[in-house]
Design a protein around this ligand. Structure first.
Ligand code: SAH
Ligand code: MG
Length: 211
C-alpha cells in the first residue's frame, strides 16, 4: 500500500489502551516485528465476521497480536507458539497483566516440532501464521489439517516488503526468503483445498478459506 495512504488509515485507527501502547513501544525499541496496524485491523475485522471459537497462532513474539485477537474476540480460546524463550516469557507477563491467562495458552518451542501437542488442543477455526518466513508452507501443511470445515488461515508478511514482486532482490539474505514466499503464495493460489485472497495491507495478508 502507498505509504501516505497507510499513514492516513493509521491516523484514523482508534488509539490502543496503555498496555498495548507499552507493548508497541517495546516492540519498536527492540525491533520485534509485531504485525503492522493496518494489517492487524483488517485481520481482526475478518475474525469478527468469522467469529472463531479457537485460534492457533504461530509466532507469539511478546503476545501483542494474541492480546489484540483476544480483545476483539473475548470468548475465543487462543493457542500460540513461540520459539524464543525470552519472548515467550515477556508474552506470559503481558498476558497475565491483561488478565487473559485463562484465554491464551502459550506453547514454548519450535512450531515445526509441536504437532502432537497442538493437535491435542485443537481443532482450530482460525490459524494465524506469523513466524519464520521460510517455513510458511510447512506450517500451512502441518496445521491446515487441524482446521475446522468453516476455518480460515491468515498469513502475514506474504508480500515481504515488496520483494515478492521485485524483478531482482539485491540483498542476498532476502533473496531466498523472497523466493520461498513467492512459492508459498503460488501454492496458496493454486491449492485444491483452499481458496485464497492476498490483501496488499501492511506487509501483505493472505486469507485462505477451505473450499
Ligand atoms: N504475531 C506477533 C509477531 C510475531 S514475530 C505479533 O504480531 O504480535 C515472529 C515470531 O515468530 C518471533 O518472535 C520468532 O521468534 C517466532 N518464530 C520464528 N520461527 C518460529 C518457529 N519455528 N516456531 C515458533 N515460533 C517461531
Ligand atoms: Mg508479521
Amino acid at each position: 500500500m502507498n505509504q501516505s495512504i497507510s499513514q492516513y488509515i493509521e491516523s484514523l485507527l482508534p488509539s490502543r489502551n496503555e498496555l498495548f501502547q507499552e507493548m508497541e513501544s517495546l516492540a519498536e525499541k527492540e525491533r520485534i516485528p509485531i504485525m503492522e496496524q493496518t494489517a492487524i485491523d483488517v485481520m481482526l475485522q475478518f475474525m469478527r465476521m468469522q467469529n472463531p471459537a479457537k485460534i492457533l497462532e504461530i509466532g507469539t513474539a511478546i503476545g501483542y497480536s494474541a492480546l489484540r485477537m483476544s480483545e476483539a474476540l473475548p470468548e475465543a480460546e487462543i493457542v500460540t507458539i513461540e520459539i524464543d524463550p525470552d519472548r515467550a516469557e515477556q508474552a506470559r507477563k503481558y498476558i497475565q497483566e491483561a488478565g487473559k491467562a485463562d484465554r491464551i495458552n502459550i506453547l514454548e518451542g519450535d512450531a515445526l516440532e509441536l504437532l502432537e501437542k497442538v493437535k491435542e488442543l485443537g481443532p482450530y477455526d482460525a490459524i494465524f501464521i506469523d513466524a519464520a518466513k521460510g517455513q510458511y508452507l510447512k506450517f500451512f501443511n502441518m496445521y491446515g489439517s487441524m482446521l475446522t470445515t468453516q476455518g480460515c488461515i491468515y498469513s502475514d508478511n506474504v508480500l515481504f516488503r515488496g520483494y515478492v514482486a521485485a524483478e531482482t532482490v539485491d540483498q542476498r539474505r532476502f533473496r531466498s526468503l523472497a523466493r520461498k514466499m513467492k512459492e508459498f503464495n503460488s501454492c496458496l493460489m493454486e491449492h485444491d483445498e483452499y481458496i485464497t485472497t492476498i490483501i496488499p495491507v501492511g506487509d501483505g495478508l493472505a486469507v485462505s478459506k477451505k473450499r
